[in-house]
Design a protein around this ligand. Structure first.
Ligand code: IPM
Ligand code: MG
Length: 354
């Protein structure tokens, strides 16, 4: 098949990890006879430096015309002084909103080879752990009104949700649960927040269309604890933008490293935005030591969800497992006795195994 993929390397380690994910996708194209055209654009700080804004209309239009978008990471100290409205992260938020990708899937599984990198006790992680966090991505406090007092000594960020926004997200969660183990946990703070009460009511209403899915509701504080105490209890978790941001980083600790975690952001239709869940890691940029596997695995999700290439997606996931089985590790997941490799070498190893 032919596919147009926009790449947005972004800032700091972004270009390093994107180069490796592209290399792996090129290996997939060669092996399976596909034609992937890559169109590289600027996002975040890189776009601020080139055009004065973190996302241009032209870049957004390219993304909305592509089959899929693969993003690296944005932000970092270089742009810390930039006014809030033009920060690099604003570019990413505007991209998510502009592409209408309201559902962010963040899978969390333990790669058995990395069990040692997980800080949880062995008896907790020896249970099968296979969670998908479905995070709402274009609403919540991320996109509400903001206010700062003239004297700068008080501020507000508004949390807002509509029933329609909750419903479309919940449906994605229920559909996913139906295809998996049939369990859905909805995470909110309905004992305090009005948005969460709306969330819970809406989920209850949608659940009537999915009698085969077992629904539980959990307060976010308890969910944060349960993820550590007994992660194996979860199948699909649905939650709002802010809670999902926090819980998905927490789930990364279970998986062993933030560097391993992929994500897929979907809306209506198959066009999607794919990005590792980690940030731009300014402290290790330019040293060729970043872990590209989260981005490479995001490429696998791109093949699966936007291009419908399930076999190819599995080939990427298998190649990653194989490289881990063979004992190759980037610094974030390395320990004595294993072979430490850099970002480029890791990408090369995965690509060779496609
Ligand atoms: C993430 C990141 C972003 C978010 C930042 C960079 C805006 O933390 O993708 O989880 O908060 O959504
Ligand atoms: Mg985050």
């Amino acid at each position: 098949m032919k596919a147009n993929i926009v790449t947005l390397p972004g800032d700091y380690i972004g270009p390093e990890i994107i180069a490796q994910a592209v290399r792996v996708l090129e290996a997939v194209a060669a092996k399976y006879g596909h034609e992937f055209a890559f169109d590289e654009r600027k996002l975040g700080g890189a776009s601020i430096d080139a055009f004065g804004v973190p996302l241009t209309d032209e870049t957004l239009a390219c993304c909305n015309a592509a089959d899929a978008v693969l993003m690296g990471s944005v932000g970092g100290p270089k742009w810390d002084g930039v006014e809030a409205a033009r920060r690099p992260e604003k570019g990413l938020l505007a991209l998510r909103k502009g592409m209408g990708v309201f559902a962010n899937l963040r899978p969390c599984t333990i790669h058995p080879q990395l069990a040692g990198a997980c800080p949880l006790r062995a008896d907790i992680v020896s249970q099968p752990i296979d969670i998908v966090i479905v995070r709402e991505l274009t609403g919540d406090i991320y996109f509400g009104k903001r206010w700062r007092a003239e004297d700068r000594m008080a501020a507000t960020d508004e949390m807002a949700y509509s029933a329609a926004e909750v419903e479309r997200l919940a449906r994605i969660g229920f559909e996913m649960a139906k295809k998996r183990r049939g369990k859905l946990c909805s995470v909110d703070k309905a004992n305090v927040l009005e948005c969460s009460r709306l969330w819970r009511e809406t989920v209850a209403r949608v659940s009537r269309d999915y009698p085969e899915v077992e629904v539980t509701n959990m307060y976010v504080d308890n969910a944060a604890m349960q993820l550590i105490l007994r992660p194996s209890q979860f199948d699909v978790m649905i939650t709002g933008n802010l809670f999902g941001d926090i819980l998905s980083d927490e789930s990364a600790a279970i998986a062993g490293s933030l560097g391993m975690m992929p994500s897929a952001s979907l809306g209506v239709g198959t066009r999607g935005l794919y990005e590792p869940i980690h940030g731009s890691a300014p402290d290790i940029a330019g040293q060729d030591i970043a872990n590209p596997l989260g981005t490479i695995l995001s490429g696998a999700l791109l093949l699966r969800y936007s291009l419908g290439l399930e076999e190819e997606a599995k080939a990427v996931e298998r190649a990653v497992e194989q490289v881990l089985d063979e004992g190759y590790r980037t610094a974030d997941i390395w320990h004595e006795g294993l072979e430490k490799v850099g970002c480029t070498r890791m990408g090369e190893l995965v690509a060779q195994r496609i």
